[in-house]
Each structure stands twice: as structure tokens, then as C-alpha cells.
Design a protein around this ligand. Structure first.
Ligand code: NAP
Length: 514
């Protein structure tokens, strides 16, 4: 087998790739508005209650109409996953890995089409959508290889007179609850990691992006994953989420999303329900309030460019997005001025247009929440650019920069999850790191500096799960930058890393006296 390599990104300067993407968008646009049923076991189930998924770039455009599960259907999905577990758990790691490799090949063939669905349903620009598909393929290829490694004979200390072995076995039925912001990549990573270890899952997609989740299920069905191993159960998180989390036969919950929901799941999962014979395992990856620190000897042009890229790509809707720039006093004005200039050059518009830099935010709820934070920011700092909606028939918000924000202001502490960055002054480098650490989160961070002592200080003291020097704080690559945060950013599960699959297994040690 070939060594793992990250899937290359598509170069959209190449006219052929631009043509292929435009064609994929045209095909997807002719397929909008279709109905999507639930998929439980081998059954497609259409319900009376449906959710209309809309294109955030054009609010009137319906992407798909998706059946919604209630708790009775959630129970059916649970029973289907339990039944499938009996067969699936006995397959070898290598056998299960082959389904992932097959799925990766299918995604490669459908690459432009899958990206196009993300442009229309999640409001991702071409480059962001393409990177999302590439990351999904990476997860499949990476976890497939990792599964094969876990299935190998594990090294143990050998003693005379005994035959000893340790092998990894699956946990049982897992509930997979992904967010909408990497609607293919994170969903694929969370689902494939669980099933390749021999678990079966109930997959509850995020409500803003259920059609992309349905496309993932299509891919896995085409790859031949047995019935009941992945049960697709769209529905309201508030309604069926608690039911699935509380269920006594739920063995683990793999969640990525907000701090609020993550904490709720963690607390509920801790309660042992009548009839439950295990402690549920919870993997919860949550929000961030990520900072880029700029030292006084840094390459300031580069720092300004990377702040803009980290803060405004995908409208700031990445858990790793830069939402605070902590800049040393002596270079503060220069960096801020350049960030404002670069921000004003960004083209805000429909995600489906080839030359858009910043698309819409995902839905009405996000739009209103971000605009409220912008109003708060006007009280807490100096508005330097942006500050409100942008034109268009979608959820467009102008990329917004606030200056002279107090480190304890709400816009410097709370996750906004939109195109808003707060500039904070620091008197010295150590103070800058203290400010960067001073939130309840600890997901990503970056430092721009040429000072070796400062970089080493940050290496030790900057308390984040993913720390970057002299580059942006977004864009983690599978296998290269295992991803997950500290404190209220989550359980630090390090997706795309060598430790990740262990979270979905338990180790059984067997000793036979000879
Ligand atoms: P969210 O509102 O917490 O939703 C995440 C998922 O939880 C959705 O599928 C949602 O379903 C579901 N949910 C809601 N209430 C639930 C409940 N009571 N029980 C079980 N599930 C429930 O987060 P989001 O808006 O989708 O995603 C954005 C957040 O994700 C941000 O905070 C971001 O930082 C974080 N994130 C973190 C990482 C990371 O690796 N640390 C990566 C990406 C995103 P509905 O959609 O139906 O409500």
C-alpha cells in the first residue's frame, strides 16, 4: 500500500479546473430541491416532518427537502445499529479499512460535484469547498491505514511459559454528531474513524447541512458498507440529540460543535441510565477563541496577510479562525492599518461565484448572532472596517475589524463564529502570550516572530492544542497537524493523528499458559 499523502488541492487558476467546477455547479443546480429520506438499516424512510435546506448565498433557493426523525425513529436507528454491530465487529481491521479506501476513490471521482454541493448548502467558496472534500478523502485514507496498524500484532513484553496478546476491539453503537462548518470533512472523519474500528453508528447531521451528509451516505452505500453500520438520522439536535445521548445502549458519543452543546452532552452522558452496563465515552471537540500574536520583529506584511486569511476565510466560521490579533505596541498601528487595507480588498458575494473571497454566513441564526456581536463590539472597541450586513440576497456580513479591544471584552472572550476580528495591544511578548491564553478556550494559536527565545517561550507557554509559528492558525492537515484543543475547546482528541482511533476501541489482553 502507498504511504499516506495529503490529497492535493485543486488549482482554480487552471482554466480546465474552473470549467469543471462551473459544470459541477450547473449539474448540482439542476438537481436542487430533491427530497432526502432517512436511511436506517436498509430502509429509506420519508417522514411527514421535513426540513428545507436553503442556499445561504440566495435565501430563496431550496437545496433539498430532508425528512426529520423523531424519537421513535431514533430508537429504530439505534436498534438497527445494534443489530449490525454483531456482524461488523467480527470483521478484521484490514477488511473494514477497504471500505474506507473505496469510499475515498468514489469521493475523488465525485470531487467537483461534492465541492459544488458545499458551495450551495454551506456557502463555501470554491477553494474552501474543494479543501473540504480533500480533507474528507484524507481522513478516509489516513484512518484506513491507522486501522490496519491497530489490527497488527501489538508489541508486548514476552515471558516464558505464556502466550500473550493484546488486541483492540470496538466499543459498540456510537452517536456521531458533527457540525455544519466542515460538513463533509469532519462528518467523514468522525463517522469513518468510528466504523473502521468495528463500531456501528447513528449519524445525526447538523441541521444546516443535511444534504451534504446525505451525499456522504450515498458514497458509503456505493462503497458497500453493510446495512445498519451507518444510519443516517437527520433531525433536530434539541429533540433527538438528548434521546440518543441518554439512550442506555449508546456506548459512545462523538461530538464536534459548540461549547454549549458539548457541555450538555458531557453532563448527560455521565448519568448511568437503568439497564446501562458501561460508562459512556464522550469525545467532544468544541469552540475556540483563537489568537495570532505578532512580535515587534516579525515580518509584518506576512503577519497581516495571514491574520486576514485566518479571520475571514469561510467568513470566520472555522473553529480555528483567528478572532483575536494580539500585537506588540510598537508595531500595532502598522499591522492594524495593513489588516484594514487588506480586509477592504476582499470581495464579499455568493459562494458559487468563482471570484468570491468571502461568502455568506450559514443561516439566519448565525447572521443575527454575529450582527449582535458586531453591535456589542461597537461599544467595546473602535470599528475600523465592516460593521454590518453586506449587499445581496443572502446572509452576507462585511468582514469586520475592531481596534483597541480590552482583553476581557465580550468580543475578545466569546466565540462569535463570524467574520469579526478584535485587535488587542500588548506591552511585551510575555504579556501578549498571557492575553492569548486568557480565555476559557485553547484550540489554535499562532505567533509571528523572528526571535528564537520568544518562539521557544511560546512553544512552552502558549496553551493551545494546535500552535503555529509564522503561519496562519487555520488549515490543519490530516496526519500533519493532528487537531484538537485544550480546556473548553474539548477533549483534545487529535483528529487526524495516530492516537485518534484508540478513542473508539477498547484493548483486550489475553494470556494463555503454555
Ligand atoms: P452546535 O450548534 O453545537 O451543533 C453541533 C451539532 O450538535 C449539530 O449536529 C446539532 O444539531 C447538534 N445538537 C444540538 N443540540 C443538541 C443536543 N441537545 N444533543 C445532541 N446534539 C445536539 O454547533 P455548530 O453550530 O454546528 O458548529 C459550530 C461550532 O462547532 C463552533 O463552536 C465551532 O468552534 C465548533 N467546531 C469545533 C471544531 C473542533 O475541532 N474543535 C471543529 C468544527 C467546529 P442541530 O444542527 O440539529 O441543532
Amino acid at each position: 500500500m502507498q504511504e499516506f499523502r495529503n490529497e492535493p488541492l485543486t488549482d482554480f487558476r487552471d482554466p480546465d479546473n474552473r470549467r469543471r467546477m462551473a459544470e459541477a455547479l450547473a449539474r448540482v443546480e439542476s438537481d436542487l430541491g430533491r427530497e432526502y429520506p432517512l436511511y436506517i438499516g436498509n430502509e429509506e424512510i420519508t417522514t411527514e416532518r421535513r426540513l428545507t435546506s436553503i442556499n445561504p448565498s440566495y435565501k430563496q433557493q431550496v437545496v433539498g427537502v430532508v425528512s426529520q426523525a423523531d424519537s421513535a425513529l431514533a430508537e429504530r436507528a439505534m436498534q438497527s445499529a445494534l443489530a449490525a454491530f454483531e456482524g461488523w465487529r467480527g470483521r478484521s481491521f484490514a477488511e473494514r479499512a477497504r471500505y474506507l479506501f473505496k469510499a475515498a476513490a468514489i469521493m475523488r471521482r465525485r470531487r467537483f460535484e461534492l465541492a459544488a454541493w458545499m458551495c450551495v448548502e454551506a456557502g463555501k467558496t470554491w477553494a474552501e469547498a474543494d479543501a473540504d472534500v480533500a480533507e474528507a478523502i484524507d481522513f478516509l485514507e489516513f484512518y484506513g491505514r491507522e486501522a490496519i496498524r491497530l489490527g497488527e500484532v501489538q508489541p508486548l513484553v514476552r515471558i516464558p511459559g505464556e502466550d500473550n496478546e493484546l488486541h483492540y476491539i470496538p466499543l459498540g453503537v456510537g452517536i456521531v454528531i458533527p457540525p455544519w462548518n466542515f460538513p463533509l470533512a469532519i462528518l467523514t472523519g468522525m463517522t469513518s474513524s468510528a466504523v473502521v474500528c468495528g463500531n456501528t453508528v447513528v449519524l445525526k447531521p447538523a441541521s444546516p447541512t443535511p444534504v451534504i451528509a446525505a451525499k456522504f451516505v450515498e458514497v458509503m452505500r456505493e462503497a458497500g458498507v453493510p446495512h445498519g453500520v451507518i444510519n443516517y438520522l437527520p433531525g433536530s439536535g434539541g429533540e433527538i440529540g438528548d434521546f440518543l445521548v441518554d439512550h442506555p445502549q449508546t456506548r459512545f458519543i462523538s461530538f464536534t460543535g459548540s461549547r454549549e452543546v458539548g457541555v450538555r452532552i458531557y453532563e448527560r452522558a455521565a448519568r448511568v441510565a437503568p439497564g446501562q452496563i458501561w460508562l459512556k465515552r464522550v469525545v467532544a471537540e468544541m469552540g475556540g477563541k483563537d489568537a495570532i500574536v505578532v512580535d515587534d520583529d516579525a515580518d509584518l506584511e506576512d503577519a497581516a496577510r495571514q491574520i486576514v486569511a485566518s479571520a475571514f476565510a469561510f467568513s470566520g466560521q472555522k473553529c480555528s479562525a483567528c478572532s483575536r490579533a494580539v500585537v506588540l505596541d510598537s508595531v500595532y498601528d502598522q499591522v492594524l492599518e495593513r489588516v484594514v487595507e487588506l480586509t477592504e480588498l476582499l470581495r464579499v458575494g455568493p459562494a458559487t461565484a468563482a471570484d468570491t473571497d468571502v461568502g455568506p454566513v450559514v443561516d439566519e441564526r448565525a447572521y443575527s448572532k454575529i450582527l449582535e456581536y458586531i453591535e456589542t463590539g461597537k461599544q467595546e472597541g473602535e470599528l475600523l472596517t465592516g460593521g454590518g450586513p453586506a449587499d445581496g440576497d443572502g446572509y452576507y456580513i462585511r468582514p469586520t475589524v475592531f481596534g483597541d479591544v480590552d482583553p476581557h471584552a465580550r468580543i475578545a472572550q466569546e466565540e462569535i463564529f463570524g467574520p469579526v476580528v478584535a485587535f488587542i495591544r500588548a506591552r511585551g511578548f510575555e504579556e501578549a502570550i498571557r492575553i492569548a491564553n486568557d480565555t476559557e478556550y485553547g484550540l489554535t494559536g499562532a505567533v509571528f516572530s523572528r526571535n528564537r527565545d520568544h518562539l521557544e517561550y511560546a512553544r512552552r507557554e502558549f496553551h493551545v492544542g494546535n500552535l503555529y509559528f509564522n503561519r496562519k492558525c487555520t488549515g490543519a492537515l490530516v496526519g500533519v497537524h493532528p487537531f484538537g484543543g485544550f480546556n473548553m475547546s474539548g477533549t483534545d482528541s487529535k483528529a487526524g493523528g495516530r492516537d485518534y482511533l484508540l478513542l473508539f476501541t477498547q484493548a483486550k489482553a489475553v494470556a494463555e499458559r503454555l
